[in-house]
Structure formats: structure tokens, C-alpha cells
Design a protein around this ligand. Sequence first.
Ligand code: C5P
Length: 232
Amino acid sequence: MSSEIPIITLDGPSGVGKGTICLRVARATGFHILDSGSLYRLVGLLAGRRKLTLEAPIAPEVLAQLSEITKNIDVSYVEANGQLSIQLAGEEVGELIRDEAVAALASKVAAIPEVRSALLARQRAFAEAPGLVADGRDMGTAIFPKAGVKIFLTASAEERAKRRYKQLIEKGTDANLAALVADLKERDERDMKRSASPLMAADDARIIDTSEMSIDAVAREVMELVAERYDI
Ligand code: C5P
């Protein structure tokens, strides 16, 4: 990682709006994007396809397979018509990896230290001129501890579930609010309690509680912090 490259980290729990804010900041700054969750989702997807058992204690042969999968993920991110397409060995998986089942697998593989360390260098390599907006759980703590702007977004699980519910209904997908709340709480718990890079705000991160804020208001506050630090 080069310390001269401007880096903005956006961490926080699932469904807090990091992805949307990340896109807005990237558009406003012209910076690259690292959607680190997509890497864990891809590992989760591949682990699911191989039907690997991810409950602890993880068997050594499963760990070996996970390390191999993680090191060899053949992914490319292609931006077309304002949409980010994610291609896994040529297969479009952008939509597929947003699935709740893949999210659950992602949060399981993300708790495995071997998977996290295998993704470290790959994530840091995203830091290229003119700058990077990195979205995840440990961007400001473990991956880019020297980032110039660190933001931690938070909102209650109920509020995040309501937002997700609305998105799903708008897409015409069946959804159950109570199940979404339970699912988010389960993922929060796994993300916060794991020993390898748990979800937490860096000491020098600005914490923004978005529960009562519109996405525009959050984007404005984030852009103010970015403009205070970087000349853009
Ligand atoms: O952000 P997203 O919901 O796509 O992430 C999917 C899962 O990947 C999360 O539930 C979390 O367990 C894991 N993750 C992580 N560290 C990151 C990004 C995501 O552990 N930096």
C-alpha cells in the first residue's frame, strides 16, 4: 500500500448503506472502489458450490480447499453503464452473490483467519491513483490503517432490515421482515465476535449513526469529511 494514495474507508455492519455511499463518493472523487464484501461473498459462493462444511471446527482438508479457492479467485470488476458487473471466471455473478444464502456463507468464511489473510494483499492492491474508497468491516482497522479518512456507519438492525425489506419488495422478491432482522443480527454477531479482524470502528474513525438520516444526508456528511482531508 502506498501511503501517498488517498484512501477513504467506509466500515460498518451489513445493510447500513456502505455500498451506496461508496458509489456516490467514488463518483464525486473519481476514486476506485474496493467492495471487500464481494470477495468474501465470492469465496462463500465457491465454498457453497463445493458443498464445504463451514461449521467450526473446520476440517484441515476444508481449510486447504478454502485457501486454494481464496488464492485463486479469478474475479474482474467491470463498470458498464454506471453498473458494476462482477465476473467470476467469465461468469456474471453480481446479482447471484447478493443472495441472502451467499451472504450467510460469506460471513462464515470471513471468520476464518486463513481466508482473511489470503485476501489481504489482493485488497491492498486496489489502492491506486487517483485514490480509493474501500467498503467493508475492517478497512480502517486491518487493511488500510493509515487511510486519510475513516468512516464507520451504523444503524439499528431493525432499521437496516426495513431498508433491505423495501429494496426486496421493490424488486418483486418475497421478503419477511422478522426473518431479515434475525438474519442481520446473526451476521452482526458473527462479524463482531470473530477473533480475526472483527467488525469495529477504528479509534480514529468518525462514527455516523444513519438510523434517522436520509442517504443524501449521509453522503453529504461523508463528502464534507473527505473534502476536509483531500483536495478534491
Ligand atoms: O459487505 P457485505 O455484506 O457484502 O459482506 C458480506 C460478508 O463478508 C459480511 O457479512 C462479513 O461477514 C464479511 N466481510 C468481512 N470483512 C469485510 C467485508 C465483508 O468480514 N471487509
